[in-house]
Design a protein around this ligand. Structure first.
Ligand SMILES: *Cc1c(COP(=O)(O)O)cnc(C)c1O
Length: 413
C-alpha cells in the first residue's frame, strides 16, 4: 500500500460531499476537535437560536411563550427531527430528561411487559450509567429481578428464556465495538426477550434503522453526535406496538392524558407521550432543535461512509507514523464492526492526552488507559486527521508528556 501523504488528504477534502456542512459550525481557531463523540460543538444557528429564545421568546413573552411559541410542543418537534436519524416514526420518540433517566423508565417499562421473567442481561464494561441504572433497579425490586452481566463474547450464551430484557449499547464507549443491532434484536425476540438499545455513541454518526430491526426500545444522547449542547436532553424510543401496554414509573403531569385538567388521579397520555414526566427544558430543547437542522441537509449514508473513511485513515496513519511508541489499537479494523471513534490504550494515556490537548488536538481519556479520538464527519476534514496524527507523533517522539499523576487529574477527563 502506498504511504498516505498530506496531499492525498487535501484531495479527499476537495471532493468531500460534506465539506459545506462544516460551515454550519463555528469551531475555535487552532483546535482540531476529535471529541464530538463526547460533546458536539454549537452550530451558528444554535447560537442564534439560544439568544433568540432568551431575548425574544422568554424575555418578551414570559409565561405566554408556552402557547405563543409552542414551547409545550417542542419535545414532539425535536422528536420528529431525530426520528429519521434512527429509523423511527416521530410518534415513537420523546425527547426529555437524561439518557440515565430514560434508561430507567424504559427498562422498568420493558420489565413490566415480561412479568413472568426475572433476568436483565447486559454486557460487562457497558457504559457505567447503564450498569448503575440496572443495578439500582434490581436493588429496588427487592429480590424479584436478577442482573446478568456477561463478557461481550458470552452474551449470546446468556440469552435464554429467563431473560426479560437485553440491554446493550450499540457502539461501545471505549472501543467503539458495534453490536449487530438487527441480529441481536432478532435473537433476543426469538427467546421471548425485549431489547433496549443505548444509541448514545451511534445516533448522528451511523445509519440506524430501528423499524427495520424491529427494535423494542432505545435511548440516546442529545449532546454527542447530535450537537445539542452540554447536558442536552436525551431521546427515548418505544416501538408503537408496545404503546398500548407500556408503563413507566416516573408518573408526572406531562405524561398525563390531560396535564391541564389538574385532576388528582393519574391516567397516562396515549402513545409515547406517557414517557414524559416533568416540564420540558425549553432553553436546552431549543438548542437541540436548532442543532438538528444540520441533519436535514445531509444524507446519513454519506455521513456514515465518511465516518468510516476517517476512522480508516486515522488508524492507518497512527499505525504507520506512530509505530513503536506503546499504542495498542482496541477499535476494530473492520468498517462494519465499529462506530465513529477510535480508541488506543497507552500506559501513560492520561498524560499523553493532556499533552495533545495542550497542543490543540482535543480528544479524551477514559480510565484506566484509553485515549479516544472521535471522528465526526460533519465538521472534520481528512487534512485535520493528518495534522492531528503529526502532533501525536511529535509528542510521542519527543516524550513531551507528563507521567500520569493522579494528584493533578482534572475532575472531568
Ligand atoms: C454518554 C452516554 C450516556 C450519558 O448518559 P447521561 O444521562 O446523559 O449522563 C449514557 N450511555 C452511554 C452509552 C453513553 O455513551
Amino acid at each position: 500500500m502506498m504511504p498516505l501523504s498530506r496531499r492525498d488528504m487535501a484531495e479527499r477534502d476537495a471532493c468531500d460531499p460534506l465539506r459545506t456542512a462544516r460551515n454550519a459550525f463555528s469551531l475555535p481557531p487552532g483546535v482540531i476537535y476529535l471529541d464530538g463523540n463526547s460533546l458536539g460543538p454549537p452550530t451558528g444557528m444554535t447560537r442564534a437560536r439560544i439568544t433568540h429564545t432568551v431575548e425574544h421568546e422568554w424575555g418578551r413573552s414570559l409565561v405566554r411563550g408556552w402557547n405563543v411559541h409552542d414551547w409545550i410542543g417542542l419535545p414532539q418537534r425535536v422528536a420528529a427531527k431525530i426520528a429519521p436519524l434512527i429509523g423511527a416514526s416521530p410518534d415513537e420518540i420523546v425527547v426529555a430528561d437524561s439518557t440515565t433517566v430514560n434508561l430507567f423508565k424504559l427498562a422498568c417499562g420493558a420489565l413490566a411487559l415480561r412479568p413472568d421473567r426475572r433476568v436483565i442481561l447486559t454486557e460487562a464494561g457497558n457504559f457505567p450509567t447503564d450498569l448503575y441504572v440496572l443495578q439500582g433497579l434490581v436493588q429496588a425490586s427487592a429480590g424479584r429481578l436478577d442482573l446478568r452481566v456477561l463478557a461481550r463474547d458470552k452474551i449470546l450464551e446468556g440469552l435464554d428464556d429467563q431473560v426479560a430484557l437485553l440491554a446493550l449499547t450499540h457502539s461501545h464507549y471505549k472501543t467503539a465495538a458495534l453490536w449487530p443491532l438487527t441480529q441481536l434484536t432478532q435473537k433476543a425476540q426469538a427467546v421471548g426477550a425485549l431489547t433496549l438499545w443505548d444509541l448514545s455513541h451511534s445516533a448522528g454518526a451511523l445509519e440506524i434503522d430501528l423499524a427495520g430491526a424491529r427494535a423494542d426500545f432505545a435511548v440516546g444522547c442529545g449532546y454527542k453526535y447530535l450537537n445539542g449542547g452540554p447536558g442536552a436532553p436525551s431521546f427515548a424510543f418505544a416501538a408503537s406496538r408496545h404503546h398500548g401496554l407500556l408503563e413507566q414509573p416516573i408518573w408526572g403531569w406531562m405524561g398525563h392524558a390531560e396535564p391541564f385538567a389538574f385532576v388528582d388521579a393519574f391516567s397516562p397520555a396515549p402513545g409515547v407521550a406517557r414517557l414524559l414526566s416533568g416540564t420540558p427544558p425549553v432553553l436546552a430543547l431549543s438548542a437541540l432543535d436548532a442543532a438538528l437542522d444540520v441533519f436535514a441537509e445531509v444524507d446519513m449514508a454519506v455521513v456514515a461512509a465518511k465516518a468510516q473513511d476517517l476512522v480508516d485513515v486515522l488508524i492507518r496513519l497512527i499505525q504507520t507514523r506512530c509505530a513503536g511508541h506503546g499504542l495498542t489499537l482496541t477499535t476494530s479494523e473492520r468498517r462494519e464492526g465499529r462506530g465513529s471513534h477510535v480508541a488506543f490504550t497507552h500506559p501513560q494515556g492520561y498524560g499523553l492526552m493532556r499533552a495533545l490537548i495542550a497542543r490543540g488536538v482535543i480528544g479524551d481519556f477514559r480510565a484506566p488507559d484509553v485515549i479516544r479520538f472521535g471522528l465526526t464527519p460533519l465538521y472534520l476534514g481528512f487534512t485535520e486527521v493528518w495534522d492531528a496524527v503529526e502532533v501525536l507523533r511529535e509528542v510521542l517522539e519527543t516524550g513531551a508528556f507528563a507521567q500520569d499523576d493522579d494528584s493533578t487529574r482534572q475532575r472531568v477527563t
